[in-house]
Design a protein around this ligand. Structure first.
Ligand SMILES: O=C(O)CCC(=O)C(=O)O
Ligand SMILES: [Fe+2]
Length: 283
């Protein structure tokens, strides 16, 4: 029997019979799954990239600077997080959008519509995950997975801009890290660079197809399933100079449970999040 992990992510058709099983298997093997024919509007995603690229280029007004208490708003290159254990900051700027949070009026409709679509889509994906968990793991959950996100004000959409990296510089775009949340919904970026780490330590490319959406497991889902579903280390690491000379946009939706949701004997979602934000030095 070949027990080696395959080295390429399968491309899963969201509407095909058996999609939920393929999705689950891919998450279990890679911590990542790639879907096509999904319900997200990719024309809108492209529009978001174009309008936000212009918005960042023009300079973000001080009224939108990130508020450390609420976490909504714009984070500058100088304030950007560094991945856990890293010294260098990631070379990125971003805007953290919550459905209750601040947003420039002319950019709000697309962002808000995309946010709502992602949350609806995620509920289906969480049902898919739940339907394939071994009984013992399913029974250990404090509540059904899709209930954990109902009425959650914590889910966050991040409009990310990685500016061109100067030739010869070693600035990381996004250094190796794991996501904190339950699931991350990542529609295709406008350029390559995303890589994930297999369990044997090898890095593989997450091929960037314009129509796809990538879904990955975050640490909270790992915690809630007692490690049955693992959150996978990933990074944005363009290696070609021509890619680094170009900026890059991406739009991850970090799906969070309500703060009071019990993830495990050790953590509520809120206790977990506060601990991780402290480690990242953002609070
Ligand atoms: O930009 C990307 O493609 C991925 C970003 C990412 O992993 C993150 O922001 O957590
Ligand atoms: Fe990530």
């Amino acid at each position: 029997m070949n027990t080696q992990t395959p080295s390429e992510l399968p491309l899963i058709d969201f509407n095909k019979e058996g999609a939920s099983q393929s999705f689950f298997d891919s998450l279990r093997t890679f911590g990542f799954a790639t879907l096509v024919n999904h319900p997200l509007d990719m024309v809108r995603v492209d529009r978001i990239y174009t309008s936000w690229r212009d918005y960042f280029a023009a300079g973000v007004g001080s009224q939108f600077v990130m508020d450390p208490k609420n976490q909504d708003g714009y984070v500058t290159l100088e304030q950007a997080e560094s991945a856990k254990g890293q010294v260098l900051r990631d070379h990125k700027e971003y805007f953290q959008f919550y459905d209750w949070g601040r947003c420039p009026e002319h950019l709000k409709e697309d962002l808000s519509d995309h946010f709502q679509d992602c949350v609806r889509f995620s509920a289906t994906l969480l049902q898919w995950v739940a339907s394939h968990l071994p009984q013992k793991v399913a029974e250990s959950l404090s509540m059904p997975l899709e209930e954990m996100i109902q009425e959650s004000a914590q889910s966050m959409l991040r409009v990310l801009h990685y500016p061109p990296v100067p030739d010869g510089s070693a600035l990381p775009r996004a250094a190796a890290h794991e996501d904190i949340n339950l699931l991350t919904i990542l529609p295709a970026s406008d350029g390559p660079g995303l890589e994930l780490q297999l369990q044997d330590g090898k890095w593989i490319e997450v091929v960037n197809r314009p129509s796809q959406v990538v879904v990955n497991i975050g640490d909270m889902l790992q915690e809630a399933t007692g490690g049955y579903l693992r959150s996978t280390t990933h990074r944005v690491a363009a290696t070609k100079t021509e890619d680094l000379r170009r900026g890059r946009m991406s739009l991850p939706l970090f799906l969070h449970p309500r703060p009071d949701v019990v993830l495990s004997d050790r953590y509520t979602a809120n206790a977990y999040l506060q601990q991780r934000l402290k480690e990242l030095d953002v609070i």
